[in-house]
Design a protein around this ligand. Structure first.
Ligand code: DQA
Length: 143
């Protein structure tokens, strides 16, 4: 399968930012973990990260042209207020899993709302980096 992982703002700072919440593994660890899994299971996986809303929207639109078959997205803080990212996700018909490393429902109230989740297939929250693995297993039919 042709899969795409998109990470939003500050996720490139994994291992540096708020380690008590997001853990000590860095962004490179996450990327390698996902690429190794995809390679072992025979899937084509691209990974993209940006701190800019427009670039994230551009990458979602590019996924349409590339005929990506499944998307895993952690929109970071954009989750809570980006109607533009929501509209971009709603534009394409592939399965989309929203992942959050932390349990957003245990945190500040502004994090309890996701404007993007209603246009996704499902959401995985609070399971750390394993959430990305579980999302991949779902998309590939392994789980
Ligand atoms: C996050 C949760 C968001 O509230 C936060 O802004 C992030 C990361 C998570 O993965 O837990 O940047 O999406």
């Amino acid at each position: 399968m042709k899969l795409l992982v998109i990470n939003g703002p500050n996720l490139n700072f994994l291992g540096i930012r708020e380690k008590g919440i997001y853990g000590t593994e860095d962004y490179e660890y996450l990327v390698n973990m996902l690429k190794d899994k995809a390679a072992a299971e025979g899937h084509e996986l691209k990974v993209f990260q940006s701190n800019c809303e427009g670039e994230l929207i551009g990458r979602i639109q590019e996924a349409y042209h590339e005929k990506v078959e499944g998307i895993i997205i952690n929109p970071g803080a954009y989750t809570h207020y980006s109607y533009a990212i929501r509209d971009a996700l709603a534009s394409i018909e592939v399965p989309i899993i929203e992942v959050h490393i932390s349990n957003v429902h245990k945190r500040e109230e502004f994090r309890h709302v996701s404007v993007t989740a209603p246009v996704c297939t499902g959401q995985i929250v609070g399971l750390g980096l394993k959430g990305y693995i579980l999302a991949m297993d779902y998309l590939t039919g392994k789980a």
